[in-house]
Design a protein around this ligand. Structure first.
Ligand SMILES: [Zn+2]
Length: 202
């Protein structure tokens, strides 16, 4: 498992979730994966995991006693395996059988029934799922990784080239390039503007 710097960013809020799919938001609990010397762990503490779950409206027990360091380690490991699998999908490559079986094994360990909703295609419904223990969190999130791998339109799944965050583009035009226009999109625009000005003076 990779070692990341611990992020100075605090707890999770609804506005941080730009992934468009729970599996993307889970993968995005590491910041700045593109410049790996700056990659930051944002699932470092029980408080961060708890706030991520609550912001996703997953019903969890009160406090943070339900998440142990072992649960966090299992989550971090699953997340990195999931991120690797989803990146392979984006690049049009076959997933590694070992990585896929790691996610399947985690999903098979789930001891609760996830809530489902939707007509036609059944979808997992995180907001109606009640989690009793941190033991079940990796299994629950593994289901979302599998859902994205097997049912999503892979051309809508993208990786922000500035920060490495993943997102599922649900827009009609499906031309979104950045995790968020507010952060990476605007930074890229400013960079291009600066480069044009510099080259204009040379
Ligand atoms: Zn980005």
């Amino acid at each position: 498992m990779q070692d990341y710097q611990v992020s100075a960013q605090g707890l999770w809020e609804d506005s941080h979730f730009i992934g468009g799919h729970v599996a993307c938001d889970f993968a995005n609990t590491v910041s700045d994966r593109v410049k790996t010397n700056r990659a930051e762990e944002r699932f470092a503490s029980p408080e961060q995991v708890e706030s991520w779950c609550r912001s996703h409206h997953l019903v969890v027990p009160k406090g943070t006693g339900w998440i142990s360091p072992d649960h966090i380690a299992a989550l971090q490991e699953l997340r990195d395996v999931g991120y690797g699998l989803l990146c392979k999908l984006i690049e049009g490559e076959a997933p590694s059988a070992a990585d896929l079986s790691r996610v399947l094994k985690s999903a098979a360990s789930l001891s609760i029934k996830p809530a489902v909703s939707g007509e036609g295609r059944t979808v997992f419904d995180l907001q109606k799922t009640v989690l009793q223990s941190g033991e079940d969190l990796p299994g629950l999130l593994a289901l979302y990784i599998l859902d994205l791998i097997y049912t999503a339109d892979r051309h809508r799944l993208r990786r922000c080239s500035r920060c490495g965050w993943l997102f599922y583009d649900r827009s009609k035009s499906a031309r979104r390039r950045w995790c968020s226009m507010k952060s990476c999109g605007n930074r890229e625009k400013a960079k291009r503007h600066y480069q044009q000005r510099v080259s204009g003076f040379s």
